[in-house]
Design a protein around this ligand. Structure first.
Ligand code: DTR
Ligand code: ZN
Ligand code: ZN
Length: 326
């Protein structure tokens, strides 16, 4: 079901049904799904390793976002047609993959905004693991790193869950936020309107905003120790050093969840701050230059993406989802 332009009204659509549904329906594994480990009377289910997330698939989503911006005035900003087209693109992929999707509407600056929520049927409805990314760009450009990168990586991880026919212990929910660039408006609307009984079910929220910066650093949010350790373990396995994220406390959608007491974590490759020589020793790149010299600029295009950083972070997201939901 494609969304068309709607009247400017602030209302919650379907999220109530989403919260009430409880997602108890099980889903038959896809025909080519990897065999799912099952607990037996004597042995607990072993946690299956997360699949590799295809960089090519993630970049194909970025190409779609780029085409959407080009066809809609050059951006995917809140209140502009490029944002709604981005929502419809992501929603179409998720609906086709068996997710239960809902669109939450809100109003900001006189325009209608949209959050896209996708639940993977199954898992304990009282233990929900969420992962999200803001889908809107600024008006100055296509927003491919900020935040097509996070949106595409979370989408491809969700599609990998479907392809694997994953049946995690916990319930998985994915989200793409509107109007983050206006001040976390979409994610704040979601958390402010989440009933307390639903808040209590949230075990954690993972946020991915700018994960393919051209002069990338590898930053891990240090808000929740367990989530932080999950990501650090992954990067240690790659032999990639990480630093704690200090540029953005409160500057992305994880803040909306932290503000209501939900454990949060996430990954970031840097925005306007300058990379130091010491960081170049760890990660390569260019000292004295911004991590993303195209931050909030018209040059935030597919040409500005660091493939290695995007690939590593996409795989880290899958690793964390498989680990934290088992
Ligand atoms: N506020 C984000 C960019 C940003 C800046 N610092 C951080 C730290 C962690 C995540 C994101 C960010 C934006 O412009 O969308
Ligand atoms: Zn931004
Ligand atoms: Zn962002």
């Amino acid at each position: 079901m494609k969304l068309s332009k709607l009247s400017v009204r602030s209302r919650t659509v379907l999220v109530g049904a989403l919260a009430i549904g409880g997602m108890l329906a099980s889903v038959a594994p896809a025909a080519n799904a990897a065999p799912v480990a099952r607990a037996t009377a004597t042995a607990p289910a072993t946690v299956l390793a997360a699949p590799d997330i295809s960089l090519a698939n993630v970049k194909a989503h970025l190409t779609q976002f780029s085409s959407i911006a080009a066809a809609n005035g050059g951006n995917r900003a809140h209140g502009r047609p490029g944002y709604l087209a981005s929502v419809n693109y992501v929603k179409g992929k998720l609906d086709a993959a068996g997710f239960t999707t809902s669109v939450q509407q809100f109003s900001s600056g006189g325009s209608v905004g949209y959050n896209l929520i996708a639940d993977w049927p199954g898992g304990d409805p009282n233990q929900v693991v969420m992962a999200g990314a803001h889908l809107d760009s600024v008006t100055s450009g296509a927003g491919i790193n900020d935040n097509g990168s996070g949106s595409a990586a979370v989408l491809e991880t969700a599609l990998a869950v479907s392809r694997a026919g994953l049946q995690p212990t916990k319930h998985l929910r994915f989200a793409w936020w509107g109007a983050e660039e206006l001040g976390l408006v979409g994610s704040r609307y979601y958390t402010n309107n989440l009933p307390s009984a639903e808040r209590a079910k949230l075990d954690g929220y993972l946020n991915f905003d700018m994960i393919g910066s051209s002069n990338a650093g590898y930053f891990v949010y240090d808000d929740d120790p367990a989530i932080e350790q999950t990501f650090k373990t992954y990067f240690a396995g790659l032999g990639v050093p990480t630093e704690i994220e200090t540029e953005g406390d409160g500057r992305s959608d994880h803040a909306s969840f932290k503000n209501i007491g939900i454990p949060v974590g996430g990954l970031f490759t840097g925005a306007g701050r300058t990379k130091t020589s010491a960081q170049v020793q760890k990660w390569g790149g260019t000292a004295g230059q911004a991590f993303d010299r195209c931050y909030h600029s018209s040059c935030d295009t597919t040409a500005s993406i660091n493939d290695t950083a995007l690939n590593r972070n996409s795989d880290a997201i899958a690793y964390a989802i498989w680990e934290l939901a088992s």
